[in-house]
Design a protein around this ligand. Structure first.
Ligand code: DAT
Ligand code: MG
Length: 138
């Protein structure tokens, strides 16, 4: 059986703040393997497909706009239960609610300032991991 895989994104705020290395360090420190990695400024088309589950929600347009505003680092990572494990490592969606010790809890800034800016994305199921990996690593 091959190890589970997930898609991780260092979002534009993480790249702009110089936190790419720190975030990759945490992924590797946990024991996950980085199998592929690329820096890309995503097209609107890619982002709309990536966030299709959120289409129509009030935060959708600002989210897509923010995600297209600068380069992101897309990471193909693997490991035992990496999908659930990376989401635990990332912490709660809202950085102000994310626990200390998590990426968003330790490094994320007040959501009141910039709602979409929570540093990282991680796939939330095997199905979305497969779908998202095929989008970002076509
Ligand atoms: P997660 O990134 O933790 O999987 P999600 O899939 O629910 O969270 O939402 C995708 C992104 O959209 C999230 O990282 C930040 C933004 N977002 C989510 N809920 C939001 C809200 N209520 N207001 C503004 N932005 C939101
Ligand atoms: Mg999500």
């Amino acid at each position: 059986m091959s190890a589970e895989e997930t898609l991780i994104l260092v979002k534009p705020d993480g790249v702009a703040r110089g936190l790419t290395g720190e975030i990759l360090r945490r992924i590797e420190a946990k024991g996950y393997t980085i199998n592929d990695l690329r820096m890309v400024t995503a097209s609107r088309e890619l982002l709309v497909a990536h966030y299709e589950e959120h289409e129509g929600k009030p935060f959708f347009e600002p989210l897509v706009e923010f995600m297209a505003s600068g380069p992101v680092v897309a990471v193909r990572a693997s490991g035992n239960r990496v999908i659930e494990g990376f989401r635990a490592l990332a912490g709660a969606t809202d950085p102000t609610a994310a626990a200390p010790g998590t990426i968003r809890g330790d490094l994320g800034r007040d959501w009141g300032l910039a709602v979409q800016q929570n540093l990282v994305h991680g796939s939330d199921s095997t199905l979305s991991a497969e779908r998202e990996l095929s989008l970002w690593f076509a």
